[in-house]
Design a binder for this molecule. Structure first.
Ligand code: SAM
Ligand code: DTB
Ligand code: SF4
Length: 332
């Protein structure tokens, strides 16, 4: 029975791996079949895909900064920055250009190649875009790749960011469409897809992923990966976050996801989006080094690097350096 299942599930998605034909789509059931594979078979497939498209021992390092923290009007159930939840996050006005440039230079000195600026907005206003374009140009001129995550974009805003030198825009789908309303009600799935389209049309690379460990099923995780893999084209960067549970948010107290399920999700992202950078994102602070190593084995080739994510802790850079060294991994 197991043998039959394995063969079946290896057959179908295999014919889909090369999406050269264009209109081929990943069915949720095919991704579910991948996730259902025996763990070793799944990891083996992910490694084969990974080695075909990437240096197997290289990891990309992105540093995050929160340029405007807290007080967000949205109701994302996982987020400590939503004004309506009582968390320990203190609101902070926008950082100055100098503060951002200084942090970016320090990140570069420590080995980061990408610098991602996040803001707790539903979406930016024109005056915010004006400040962001200054920051983007300044960070770009340090020789770093630039990324921003500012919420929903209106027509014309992505172009302005692109002209300033923005390389990537991060906007996550977060979860599968059918689970979405359980997590966020103040904006819908189509809003997110529209923003991704704005980013694409402006010629900016798309960084888009989701969060697992929000009480979803394996089928829901398959649904998220299908949505990402079926974007035309699929995102250049795919952050897979493990929910960081923050007291005061509605999702605090959710049962944690089994670490192997997390690794399986990474593997499915790698197999279905072979050329993407798959980022082992939030949640590493709570993750053992052994599980992180399994994530790299499953095809993750990027991490957030720096002592903080936006408002929560990330492993210290010295610890990350030591982990990479132990695994014989080098920074891209
Ligand atoms: N406000 C903008 C937005 O939501 O598009 C940009 C910043 S927002 C914090 C960026 C992403 O961080 C979210 O889409 C979500 O995927 C992720 N995120 C936020 N809080 C998280 C948490 N507690 N655990 C894991 N990921 C989280
Ligand atoms: C992404 O997918 N994860 C990052 C980044 N994109 C902006 C954010 C993680 C945030 C974790 C919670 C916090 O630190 O506030
Ligand atoms: Fe606001 Fe972004 Fe947090 Fe949602 S994830 S509450 S939009 S900062």
């Amino acid at each position: 029975m197991n043998q039959l299942n394995t063969n079946l599930s290896e057959e179908q998605p295999n014919s889909m791996v090369d999406k050269a034909v264009g209109s081929l789509r990943w069915e949720v059931s095919q991704i579910q079949s991948l996730l259902d594979l025996p763990f070793n078979d799944l990891i083996h497939r992910a490694q084969l895909t990974h080695r075909e498209h990437h240096d197997a021992n290289a990891v990309q390092l992105s540093t995050l900064i929160s340029v405007k923290t807290g007080g967000c009007p949205e109701d994302c159930g996982y987020c400590p920055q939503a004004a309506r939840y009582h968390t320990e996050v203190e609101n902070q006005e926008m950082l100055s250009l100098d503060e951002v440039v200084e942090t970016a230079q320090a990140a570069k000195n420590k080995g980061a190649s990408r610098f991602c600026m996040g803001a707790a907005w539903r979406g930016p206003k024109q005056r915010d875009i004006d400040k962001m374009t200054e920051m983007i140009s300044a960070v770009k001129s340090l020789g770093l790749e630039t990324c921003a995550t500012l919420g929903m974009l209106k027509p014309g805003q992505a172009e302005q960011l692109g002209k300033a030198g923005l390389d990537y825009y991060n906007h996550n789908l977060d979860t599968a469409p059918e689970y979405y309303d359980e997590i966020i009600t103040t904006r819908n799935y189509q809003d997110r897809l529209n923003t991704l389209q704005e980013v694409r049309s402006a010629g900016i690379n798309v960084c888009c992923g989701g969060i697992v460990g929000m009480g979803e099923t394996r089928h829901t995780r398959a649904g998220l990966i299908a949505q990402l893999a079926n974007l035309e084209p699929y995102p250049e960067s795919v952050p897979i976050n493990n929910l960081v549970q923050v007291e005061g948010t509605p999702l605090h107290g959710t049962e944690s996801i089994d670490p192997f399920e997390f690794v399986r999700t990474i593997a499915a992202a790698r197999i279905t989006m072979p050329k993407a950078m798959v980022r082992l994102s939030a949640g590493r602070q709570e993750m053992s080094e052994a599980v992180q190593a399994l994530c790299f084995l499953a095809g993750a080739n990027s991490i957030f690097y720096g002592d903080k994510l936006l408002t929560t802790d990330n492993p210290e850079t010295t610890r990350d350096r030591a982990l990479l060294e132990k695994l014989g991994l080098h920074a891209m």
